[in-house]
Design a protein around this ligand. Structure first.
Ligand code: ZN
Length: 168
C-alpha cells in the first residue's frame, strides 16, 4: 500500500494496524473521535507567538526564532514534515544565529496537538541537529505524548492526501 511509505520505520504489528485503519476507511472516524476540532493558528503572527511560547518555556538558551510559516511541501520520502534553516548574522562583533521554521502546508488545517508536535520537533532541532536519542528525549520532555503524536501526524498526512481532511 502506497500510504505505508510514511510508516516504514514502525514495527510490523503497528504497520498492520495502520493498514487496517486505512483499508477499512476508519481513518476519518479515528480523527473525528480523537481530535474533533482543528487549530486556529492559520494567521502567521499567532503561529509565531504560539511557537515562541513553547521555545521560551523549554528552550531558553537557543538562537532566536525568526519566523514560522506554512509554506513547505512534504518530502515524505525523506520523512520530513518541516524544516528549520539557520542563518548566521554578524551584529557588530557578535555572530548571531536565528532560525526560520517552515511547516508542511498540509498542517494549516489540522488538530492543534498534531501541529504542536511538529513545532516541538522543529524547535528541538535548535539543540540537536540529528534524530538521535537526545533529540527524542527532548521532544518527549516538551511533549510527553510526542511519539503517539508523531504517529498521528503521519496518519493525518494520509488523511489529507486521501481528500478526507475535515478540518478545512
Ligand atoms: Zn527532524
Amino acid at each position: 500500500m502506497q500510504e505505508l511509505k510514511y510508516f516504514q520505520h514502525y514495527p510490523e504489528n503497528l504497520q498492520a494496524q495502520i493498514r487496517q485503519l486505512i483499508s477499512t476507511n476508519q481513518l476519518q472516524s479515528y480523527f473525528k473521535h480523537k481530535y474533533p476540532t482543528g487549530h486556529q493558528l492559520q494567521n502567521q503572527q499567532l503561529l509565531y507567538q504560539y511557537s515562541t511560547e513553547i521555545k521560551q518555556h523549554f528552550l531558553k538558551n537557543t538562537p532566536r526564532l525568526n519566523s514560522v510559516s506554512f509554506n513547505k511541501h512534504t518530502d515524505m520520502v525523506k520523512g520530513t514534515l518541516g524544516t528549520h534553516t539557520q542563518q548566521q548574522k554578524i551584529h557588530g562583533k557578535k555572530l548571531k544565529a536565528r532560525y526560520d521554521i517552515a511547516l508542511n502546508n498540509q498542517l494549516k488545517y489540522a488538530p492543534e496537538a498534531i501541529l504542536r508536535a511538529l513545532i516541538v520537533h522543529e524547535l528541538a532541532h535548535f539543540k540537536h541537529a540529528e534524530h538521535n536519542k537526545a533529540f527524542y528525549k527532548l521532544c518527549c520532555h516538551i511533549e510527553p505524548d510526542y511519539h503517539q503524536l508523531e504517529l498521528d501526524l503521519r496518519l493525518f498526512i494520509v488523511l489529507d492526501e486521501q481528500g478526507l481532511n475535515f478540518y478545512k
